[in-house]
Design a protein around this ligand. Structure first.
Ligand code: ADP
Length: 363
């Protein structure tokens, strides 16, 4: 397996449809054997980038390299790239076996080789006993496994998956993302998958790239993007975040003064690298906010906001509060334990912000 692992590199790739720039100066390196996610909202350019790697789209500027070789002019069928489409694109009139065998027949492989390879691919995805069925006699998850088997049977160097789980219902999606992850580990194939679902990307990928409006925002493992988002967009898209507009007014030796729009001056104890003064967003996650009834004792280590509960949602393991603080709304999640009472709308509360969990973002 190790021999078959390749890297993929994009260097300053731009692609436009007419006057619309859909991908702008994308530079990215995906390591051999990596399971890599392209994450972004609808219309951010994820599929365009994936189709470009497959060879169905052409970029106007930049280079695309597999293992250091520029494949810009190479047609799709000579790229050693296998792609699983969102709708699976199985042939309805063919059996599972014939669907999986199709690419090998097209390549004029011997009967013996086809029998052996199709058998192995179906075994890999656990569908040996369904070989004689047609796609419409299979569940969504099984159809997806056929699509996967059909793609990996031709032994591509690079596996591309376009929203592989979006056609499945929620429970199956969770199960299939684990299967997908295991399959990728077994094969060791460099794999790139597109998703708009941050949870899907976080749970399956080794690393991910976040795209917005055709521009790469940040690349890294899930924990790095979650803990150290490069900008406001990433902070809000990977997980949820409170994002306070304002400016860093002063950086002292032990505290930062942040002028929060609609709230006022906040003193945040210094932690980590000092932020620059000037316009910024103060970001912190709802689950790191400590919420207390109004008269509770306060400690000096946190930054405390004073507010009023606007609404609450009981989600089982946690309660989510929307709290009005000045002119803004701050979201605080509180873990729930049996017997814990919900704070009511209108209740006065203090919100404790943990300084080590605060990020000052400049764009
Ligand atoms: P995503 O996969 O992130 O949802 P896409 O890559 O499909 O985004 O699309 C990115 C942008 O490119 C969108 O604004 C879309 O409308 C535009 N686009 C995609 N394909 C074409 C095309 N063939 N012609 C013109 N515009 C296109």
């Amino acid at each position: 397996m190790g021999l078959n692992q390749v890297s993929l590199e994009a260097r300053h790739i731009s692609l436009s449809y007419g006057s619309t720039e859909v991908l702008r100066d994308i530079t990215l390196r995906i390591e051999p054997g990596e399971f890599f996610a392209l994450l972004g909202p609808s219309g951010s350019g994820k599929s365009t980038l994936l189709r470009l790697i497959a060879g169905f789209n052409q970029h106007q500027r930049g280079e695309l390299l597999i293992d250091g070789r520029d494949i810009t002019g190479t047609p799709p069928h000579l790229r050693d790239v296998g792609m699983v489409f969102q709708n699976y694109a199985l042939w309805p009139h063919m059996t599972v076996w014939d669907n999986v065998a199709f690419g090998l027949v097209e390549r004029r492989e011997s009967k013996d080789a086809i029998t052996r390879k199709v058998g192995a691919a179906l075994e890999l995805v656990g569908l040996e006993q369904f070989a004689r069925r047609r796609p419409n006699q299979l569940s969504g998850g099984q159809q997806q496994r056929v699509a996967l088997a059909r793609t990996v049977v031709i032994e591509p160097k690079l596996l591309l998956l376009d929203e592989p789980l979006s056609n499945l219902d929620k429970n199956l999606r969770v199960q299939m993302r684990e299967e997908l992850r295991n399959l990728q580990r077994t094969l060791g194939l460099t794999t790139i998958f597109v998703t708009h679902d941050q949870e899907e990307a976080m749970t399956t990928a080794d690393r991910m790239a976040v795209l917005d409006k055709g521009v790469l925002q940040q690349v890294g493992p899930a924990t790095e993007l979650f803990d150290h988002p490069a900008n406001r967009f990433v902070a809000g898209f990977v997980g949820t975040a409170n994002l306070l507009d304002g400016s860093v007014d002063e950086v002292g030796s032990d505290a930062v003064t942040f002028q929060a729009k609609g709230i006022g001056a906040l003193r945040v104890a210094r932690s980590g690298a000092p932020p620059r003064t000037g316009p910024a967003t103060m970001a912190f996650r709802p689950h790191t906010v400590d919420i207390r009834a109004g008269d509770a004792p306060l400690d000096a280590a946190h930054t405390w906001l004073h507010g009023r509960v606007e609404s609450s949602e009981f989600l089982g393991e946690l309660s989510r509060y929307r709290v009005r603080v000045g002119e803004v709304v701050v979201v605080a999640n509180q873990p729930h334990h049996a017997g814990g009472a919900l704070l009511r709308p209108g209740a006065e509360v203090r919100l404790g912000i943990e300084p080590t969990q605060v990020r000052f973002l400049v764009d």
